[in-house]
Ligand binder design. Structure first.
Ligand SMILES: Nc1ncnc2c1ncn2[C@@H]1O[C@H](COP(=O)(O)OP(=O)(O)OP(=O)(O)O)[C@@H](O)[C@H]1O
Ligand SMILES: [Mg+2]
Length: 357
């Protein structure tokens, strides 16, 4: 898919902006605090209905408090055109696709966006929640059966935890059955996805780090020598004592190894950033399989991420990918030699105004 036209209103310091991006790479340049990250945030909000900078999306609404609106005309890989929009005010958010009210998930299916930014290395470093979100976004796009199972699992888990807290053990068995069933499917989807991701990740790690010794090791979130149902029954005393469910896909994780050593304890910060880049781009690779350029890539603050040689490698890779890319930096020279990039545009941002160069 390609964004043909993007309109942004009242998002941080961007009062009103309208751009017609290139189908290839869009370089966004401007001084600090000019609004570059805000432009990427706008595209991210349009694809994920949340912000990458704050848990409270309302904080992105401009200080004058007029509703935040991001809308776009989008061409799908089939050639069909769609109009997407999201409006957020202090009370609610409203999503429209081709003049109809829709859900967040519809938006996410229409515009998959992958973000690479200075905090992306947290994928390896921070808690397992980040890695589950990473996996689940990939699976969500890969298999439409994932979302209903994931929602039902979440609901069953909430109910079970509420019963544990109030010690209503007589109803637990019914929720255990639900958890075991939907948990089985979530785990299966995740295992299948890791198997697909692994070769793409290996290839990209080879490209960026010149190594073939990386490996992803997934853990289901319970002792897999038993079924989830058996684990839930075995855990019951512990679960009642603490008031929450200890075993299940909500405790899953994956760890990244290089040469059988845990990457986060062993590789340099720069190498970790490159591995995270490889992980994030391997998801894009899966989305693009079958020749569908199905993902929009956002790269914020490139200079903070990589040295000149690695920036050149990344640019070459992105130029060959055929995806639509938006990348920011303070200076055009930070991006390196643009001669090898076929299809690109440069936009200058100044005090929230965006103009093509
Ligand atoms: N809700 C808001 N309303 C209006 N302005 C805001 C809001 N939130 C943040 N800002 C301001 O918007 C400006 C643009 O921020 P942004 O992060 O997009 O800049 P940037 O170009 O990415 O800068 P840098 O190069 O430092 O990363 C900043 O001055 C910021 O303080
Ligand atoms: Mg920024």
């Amino acid at each position: 898919m390609t964004l043909l036209k993007l309109d942004v209103f009242s998002l941080r310091n961007i009062h009103s902006a309208s751009i017609q991006p290139a189908a290839g790479i869009n370089f966004i340049i401007g001084a600090n605090a000019s609004g570059k990250s805000s432009l990427l945030e706008a595209i991210f909000i349009l694809g994920r209905a949340r912000s990458f900078r704050t848990h409270h999306i309302k904080q992105a609404i401009g200080f004058d408090q007029t509703p935040l609106i991001v809308s776009a005309q989008l061409r799908h890989h089939t050639g069909d055109i769609s109009n997407l929009g999201i409006q957020i005010d202090n009370k609610q958010s409203e999503i429209r696709i081709d003049q109809e009210n829709r859900q967040k998930a519809d938006l996410a299916y229409a515009l998959p966006v992958q973000l690479i930014h200075p905090k992306s290395y947290l994928l390896l470093d921070a808690g397992p929640q980040h890695r589950r979100e990473f996996l689940d976004w990939g699976i969500f796009n890969h298999n439409r059966n994932f979302l209903p199972n994931w929602r039902r699992y979440g609901k069953a888990l909430q109910q079970r935890n509420a019963l544990l807290k109030t010690r209503q053990t007589n109803q637990l068995a019914a929720w255990d059955r639900e958890l075991a069933e939907y948990g089985y499917w979530i785990n299966r989807f995740r295992n299948e996805y890791i198997d697909l991701l692994q070769p793409a990740f290996l290839q990209l790690a080879g490209h960026f780090l010149d190594t073939s010794l990386v490996e992803l090791r997934y853990s289901a979130g319970w002792d897999e020598r038993q079924t989830l149902d058996q684990c839930l029954k075995a855990d019951i005393e512990k679960d009642l004592r603490y008031g929450f469910t200890h075993s299940g896909p909500h405790r899953a994780d994956f760890l990244t190894f290089h040469n059988n050593k845990l990457v986060r304890d062993y590789l340099s910060r720069g190498q970790q950033k490159l591995l995270v880049l490889a992980l994030l781009l391997s998801q894009v690779d899966l989305l693009n399989q079958g020749g569908q350029n199905n993902c929009c890539i956002l790269i914020d603050d490139l200079t903070a991420e990589l040295d000149a040689a690695n920036r050149a490698k990344l640019l070459k890779y992105l130029a060959s990918l055929g995806c639509q890319v938006f990348m920011t930096s303070t200076d055009l020279t930070d991006f390196g030699d643009l001669n090898s990039v076929g299809n690109y545009k440069v936009f200058h941002v100044e005090q929230g105004h965006i103009s093509p160069i």
